[in-house]
Structures are given as C-alpha cells and as structure tokens.
Design a protein around this ligand. Sequence first.
Ligand code: C5P
Length: 226
Amino acid sequence: TDKITIAIDGYSSTGKSTLAKQIAKHLGYVYVDTGAMYRAVTLFAMENGYIGEGFFDKETLVAGLPFIKLQFIFNPDLGFGEMFLNGKNVETEIRSIAVSSFVSQIAEVSEVRAKLVEQQQAMGTEKGIVMDGRDIGTVVFPNAELKIFMTASPHTRAERRFEELKAKGQPATFEQVFQNVVARDHIDTHRDDSPLRKADDAIEIDNSHLTREEQFAKVLALIERL
Ligand code: C5P
C-alpha cells in the first residue's frame, strides 16, 4: 500500500510522542519529534545567553539562526532519531525543566518557525512519516492523509510529565510541572504565528481515560479505514 503522512498535534504532555513512536514502529515509518527541534533552538539560546529569567534578546537569536544545525541521528537501540545540536547529542538537556520553561517563547518567533518548518517539510517529501508537534496538521503538512489532535485534562498531563521527569532523574516538583504545562498551553494557543489548534479535518482523541493500547488501537483502526 502507498505510504501516507500522519500528523499528530495537541497540548503538551498528551502522550503524542509515545503514540507517534508506536505507530511509526508498527508501520516502519520515520518518526519526527518537532518539539525536540524547538527545544534544541531554546538550548542554543540559553547557552549563548540570549534567553534567561526575565530577558530574551530575540534579534540576536534570529541573527544566529544560520549557525544552528539540527539533525536527527537514528539510534538503532531506541528505534528513532536523537536530537543533535551542532553535532552534539542534546537529548537529555532539551528535556530539562529549564528548557521547558523557555521553549514556548522561542516557538513564538516567526523566523525560528520558518526555519524549522522548512526542515520538517523536507523530511516529509517521501511520506512514510509520523510527525508530532503543534502545527503539523495546520501548517507543516496541511495535506496529511491522517491528522490526530490529542487532548487530556491539564492535571492528567502534568501527572504524566512529572512521572516521566522523575523516572529520568530530572528534578522538578509536581507544582512546577503543572504550572509549566498550563503556561505553555496558554502561549502555544495564543501566539500569532501558527497557534496550536485542531485542524478542521483532524480527529480528536481525548486520552484522559484511555490506555496506551486503546489509543494505539484507535489510530490503527483509522489508518485501516483510509
Ligand atoms: O512537544 P514538546 O512538548 O516537546 O514541545 C515543546 C514546545 O515546542 C511546545 O510547548 C511549543 O511551544 C513548541 N512547539 C511548537 N511547534 C511544534 C512543536 C513544538 O511550537 N510543532
């Protein structure tokens, strides 16, 4: 059968990446986590002192964009690509609460989005791709054959992210994680450029009360129906 493009969007910590990876593995497709790209640009901005508590030098970041090289390098043990920023594996650093607290400000910058969207579209030219993010069904692949929009209650999502961080030994309190989830959702849904919203033709999955297996089965059924 012909390869398709699958776009998965939704609020933070709705389990998009877990579901996307599972589908990609099942279909033998490429999985792309676009959040990792926004996170890597954020890490770059932090390391260079362009953003921090109470300040953001947007102009200097924009001027520095040509010096940011983002690559997904396939890790066969994991079964998907890991994020490399200028040749360095940054998978651990980009998941920190510090990066999470600045990433939505970085993602508001149109020049940043334009650069990343172009790279994302280039990765999808052959189809056979599962991409997750906030604007995949609306901006990156408006013609995707299957669009999923994931939601869950903020409490459920904060709980998940908190457990995830704890498992990775990343320090954060539940309150910090909860505040971060709520703050990011607010910025992501209210920004001018490519705000997070459900594409008209996307299928919404509220997974507050669904197991991973149930979500996976739902999406497989949708794919079979195409
Ligand atoms: O998916 P993840 O939670 O890692 O994304 C981190 C942040 O990156 C989001 O909160 C959002 O601000 C930004 N993002 C975006 N567009 C995407 C993917 C992520 O604006 N396609």
